[in-house]
Design a protein around this ligand. Structure first.
Ligand SMILES: Nc1nc2c(c(=O)[nH]1)N[C@H]1C(S)=C(S)[C@@H](COP(=O)(O)O)O[C@H]1N2
Ligand SMILES: [Mo]
Length: 261
């Protein structure tokens, strides 16, 4: 007859050995996963540049998923950015960067026209005097730059949604993005439609109740309080509408495309 094996309790040393073995196993598996994962990422294709900074496709996909989740969770057109009374606004408005609006480049405000390109190919060409006949919207809010400064400033102009309604461009809001470029096309931004039609988004032609100086974006600049300064394009030349992401100057350098606050 076979003798029954009696299971002996493990000694302390055996327990330690077993734990060490398990720990090394887990550590080893994690290390292998890490290396393989890194190799997979390293060999994965790069996204198309011109839209974002040449990131690996899987990483960008993860970032975009995060962006969408954040947009769904946090974005609400009824959520308004905090505003201030006029006397809180800075008297000397900061001038930051000047891509596409450099002082040494000739610019003729008098002959400027805003070009609006509809998706069907039609183009509207609108002068500043005409734009100024639309109702004026003013906002005093804390303008924030990604470089780490902020300033309460006071802007006046046309609410973007009023502009769309006035020029019968409502159908364009079915598209997912608005693209804006300087007249010389060297600075450009892409804005998701919900942020573009947010009630605090304006195209400004005034700061502190005076015509916009050239260095702050004359004759017309974007003021989009739900986003960082980089998206607040100075001197709008053309506006486009699309379902694809328009190219974006700072996103191409690797900054966040959404750049929401
Ligand atoms: N055309 C153009 N618009 C631009 C920029 C630029 O370099 N060129 N810089 C952006 C950045 S980074 C900021 S912070 C704000 C600064 O606006 P301000 O000069 O009126 O303060 O403009 C944004 N719009
Ligand atoms: Mo900025």
């Amino acid at each position: 007859m076979k003798q029954k094996k009696i299971k002996q309790p493990l000694t302390v040393q055996q327990k330690i050995n077993r734990r060490t073995f398990i720990s090394f196993g887990v550590f080893g598996a994690a290390a292998v996963t890490g290396v393989l994962g890194w190799r997979w990422l390293y060999h994965s294709p790069e996204e198309v540049t011109a839209i974002t900074g040449g990131q690996r496709v899987p990483l960008r996909r993860a970032l975009n998923k995060t962006e969408l989740a954040v947009r769904r969770l946090l974005y609400n057109e009824n959520h308004l950015v905090k505003t201030y009374s006029k006397d809180r606004a800075a008297k000397n408005v900061r001038v930051n960067s000047d891509i596409g609006i450099e002082a040494d480049k000739q610019f003729d405000i008098a002959n400027w026209k805003l070009e609006v390109k509809k998706q069907n190919g039609e183009t509207l060409s609108i002068g500043l005097d005409e734009l100024k006949t639309l109702p004026k919207t003013e906002i005093v809010y804390d303008f924030k730059c990604v470089e780490g400064w902020d300033q309460i400033s006071h802007w006046g102009g046309i609410k973007f949604i009023d502009f769309l309604n006035h020029y019968k461009l409502q159908d364009q809001t079915q598209l997912q993005y608005v693209g804006m470029e300087t007249p010389d096309k060297t600075y450009y931004v892409g804005i998701d439609m919900p942020s573009a039609i947010h009630p605090q988004t304006i195209m400004a032609y005034e700061v502190n109740e005076k015509p916009l100086p050239l260095e702050n974006g004359a004759p017309l600049r974007l003021i989009i309080p739900t986003k960082y300064g980089i998206k607040n394009l100075k001197r709008i030349g053309t506006i486009t509408f699309s379902n694809n992401r328009p190219h974006d100057y700072w996103a191409e350098q690797g900054y966040d495309y959404y750049s929401g606050l």
